[in-house]
Design a protein around this ligand. Structure first.
Ligand code: S3P
Length: 431
């Protein structure tokens, strides 16, 4: 991520942490609601959208392609375009979801495009999206396996795609290309990953069906649909963790899509006391209020099959293990090495900076819990999930400390520190 400024944020420890929180909208759902509606017939209103930097990258890319998107607070009005601009440069910023989904989108819409991003995104693997798309006949070239990614128009033919990595981004790229391919396209994933793409495409009238790990899609035209975005469980997770460590928190209207609730599985094993109140279904996604209370944590073991539904929460789960009684092991999480930072290395370093014992393994962590962490100076490595996890660790620590590069929280959670300090609702403005 390109540094506009580097903020060193001081965080003081707290004896208790309590409150009721209205978290910003889900990042994955917001990306998809913007992108898919920009390629649909009609106009859609998206409410409670996340206006973090990643989703704004998607917004700017879809505008560059010709869609009209108006923003009023957290409400977006997206008007699909019947004809996309081609020969465009698309700046995906720090966002892997924008780059990988858009690669499939552009291949499907016969758009000539160059997709590029910041330093972190340019170091992440992109051959993994080019390869499955080329099975459909797409012309996608990477730069030595990385961004910039170049897409050129080519006729697409549906086929069976077997993914070797469990990644919702790759699955979504194939499905978006499959929407325009001749015949039928099927994508099978090694493990079930988040299914927001499948749900939204179905709601927009796509010919799509999923059975287990295999999703099949036929050529379809999409109709715009309004989306009410649930609060992001990945953002709520920091406040849920603070409830478990320091008091009592209630996170409102949180998305409870079962492909995203791995944090609750981890809570069950850690011994976190929580309950889900007022469950509802909104826009095809289940939501509820999550109440978490101070708990005595004990060590856990997580393996590959647990990972996809908690992938973005693993740095935080590793931190909770550092506060738990006993020795925890997390394995099968090698995908963490290719996120916004190498999250196995950066999580282990962040926990060590707080005074905890977290040892890197090739595909995960070994953590010796200490119940109390000293606190200290922590680097965010310009990775939003590391910065927010560090903030939780510092609040729960004995002495507190500071986070270098704290501004990167704005990638997924603008207003994070304001909410942390003031409680309640926050979006927009500084991180
Ligand atoms: C995302 C999928 C996940 C996740 C990312 C968002 C998505 O990545 O880590 O933050 O919206 O599809 P992978 O699918 O590559 O694991």
């Amino acid at each position: 991520m390109k540094l506009k400024q580097s903020i060193e944020k001081t965080i003081r420890p707290r004896d208790t942490f309590e409150g009721e929180f209205e978290l910003p909208g889900d990042k994955s759902v917001t990306h998809r609601a913007i992108m898919f509606n920009a390629g649909a017939e009609g106009t859609a209103v998206i409410t409670n959208a996340l206006l973090g930097e990643d989703c704004m990258s998607t917004c700017q890319c879809m505008r560059a392609l010709g869609a009209q998107i108006d923003i009023d607070g957290t409400t977006l009005c997206v008007q699909g375009t019947p004809r996309f601009r081609t020969g465009v440069n698309l700046n995906c910023g720090n966002s892997g979801t924008t780059m990988r989904l858009l690669t499939g989108f552009c291949a499907g819409k016969n758009i000539e495009a160059k997709l590029f991003g910041d330093e972190s995104l340019s170091s992440r693997p992109m051959a993994r999206v080019a390869a499955p798309l080329s099975l459909l006949g797409a012309d996608v070239r990477t730069t030595d396996g990385h961004a910039p990614v170049y897409v050129s128009p080519a006729p697409l033919k549906g086929t069976e795609v077997e993914l070797s990595v469990a990644s919702a981004q790759l699955k979504s790229a194939v499905l978006l290309a499959g929407l325009s391919a001749e015949g039928r396209t099927a994508v099978t994933e090694p493990q079930k990953t988040r299914d927001h793409t499948e749900r939204l495409l179905a709601a927009m009238g796509a010919d799509i069906r999923t059975e287990g790990r295999r999703t099949e899609i036929g050529r379809s035209r999409l109709k715009a649909v309004n989306v009410r975005v649930p609060a992001d469980i990945s953002s709520a997770a920091y406040f849920m963790a603070l409830g478990a460590l320091k008091g009592r928190t209630l996170c409102k209207n949180v998305g409870l899509n079962p492909t995203r609730t791995g944090i609750l599985t981890a809570f069950d094993r850690l011994g976190v006391r929580y309950s889900i109140l007022s469950r509802q279904v909104s826009g095809g996604e289940e939501t509820g209020d999550i109440l978490v209370e101070k708990s005595d944590l004990h060590a856990i073991s997580l393996t590959a099959e647990d990972v996809p539904s908690m992938i973005d929460e693993l740095p935080l789960i590793a931190l909770l293990c550092a506060f738990a009684e006993g020795e925890s092991r997390i394995s099968g999480a090698g995908e963490l090495r290719v996120k916004e930072s190498d999250r196995i290395r950066t999580s282990a370093e962040m926990i060590a900076s707080l005074g905890g014992i977290c040892i890197e393994t090739e595909d995960g962590f070994f953590i010796r819990g200490k119940k109390k962490l000293r606190g200290g100076e922590v680097d965010s490595y310009l990775d939003h999930r590391i910065a927010m996890t560090a903030a939780v660790g510092l609040i729960a620590s004995e002495r507190g400390g500071s986070i270098r590069g704290a501004e990167c929280c704005a990638v997924s959670f603008p207003g994070f520190f304001r909410m942390l300090e003031g409680g309640g609702r926050a979006q927009g403005g500084e991180a």
